[in-house]
Design a protein around this ligand. Sequence first.
Ligand code: AHG
Ligand code: MN
Ligand code: MN
Length: 322
Amino acid sequence: MQRLAPALREDNVPLDLISLIKTILAATKEISFRVSQAHLGGLMGSTLDENIQGEVQKKLDVVANELFKDILLESGFVKAISSEEEDTSVGGDKDGKFIVSFDPLDGSSNIDINSLIGTIFSIHEAPKDAEPSDPDMFKQSGNRQVCAGYVLYGPSTMLVMTTGSGTHFYVLDRTHGGYLLVERNVQVPQDTQEFAINMSNQRFWQEPMQNYISDLLAGDTGPRGKNFNMRWIAAMVGDIHRVLTRGGLFTYPSDNRNPEKPYKLRLMYEANPMSFLIEQAGGLAMTSEGRIMDIEPSDIHQRVEVIMGSKNEVEACLGYYK
Ligand code: AHG
Ligand code: MN
Ligand code: MN
């Protein structure tokens, strides 16, 4: 099995980007260890604080965020970072060539039940003339990502990453402490009989999504003529990992629970990096109006509708919006 750096060199990834990726992975190895020890180290449960998103922060959200942020800002490779857990972007090295957006712990509600969680990251080039303190440099579309990935802290710690030459799976080998390539050029099957959605929000969805899901639930006696299975891990990293592994449709559609917040998932920290991984694996990553990675961001914390996964199933779903 190939080690990470040679695998990246084979894909012609520039050396400075490889160095940044290694820095990110050093942080994930430490987070992986802390996650495994969370109960023993008194890191279960919530803090008394809310993040900028208005969500109560778990103790591990804060620990993972500080770790990731500090390691990146000390590296000299990044001009600034932006995190789901920070109010605004945080400046780093003036000569840093990259900016990194991240969700330090995705699936926080799974922490206390010892279930799947992960870290998601997205890398863009930093505009040369921008000041490190300028949050506007993060307003770049997903199309301009040079690397995206996530690390899943599951039964094994797995890295799933793309630099634009396919989506590859790596596993953390604890005997030598590095990530090893286990599957190159993962492909999302184009057809699927599995979907992922939080069904408890059904009454709040728009009509097209109501109709689509009800046709899936009708199974082989309905208009789709086949039965569908449903899964919901409540951690996008877990659900997208399943989709990348065996296909499926994952959606967090727009809903009218709170008119000021029609979407749940965040463009920079969740939707864009996952879209890059899914598209590089031959899947589709859309809103009901167009490609996610085409969106020109207006706010670093903006949220977006997400419909992604197996190509033919995403197209079938979008057909209901026409
Ligand atoms: P986070 O833990 O970073 O706030 O993200 C949770 C997200 C996403 O990972 C998951 O798909 C979704 O929220 C789950 O939402 P519900 O709790 O509404 O099911
Ligand atoms: Mn998240
Ligand atoms: Mn999070």
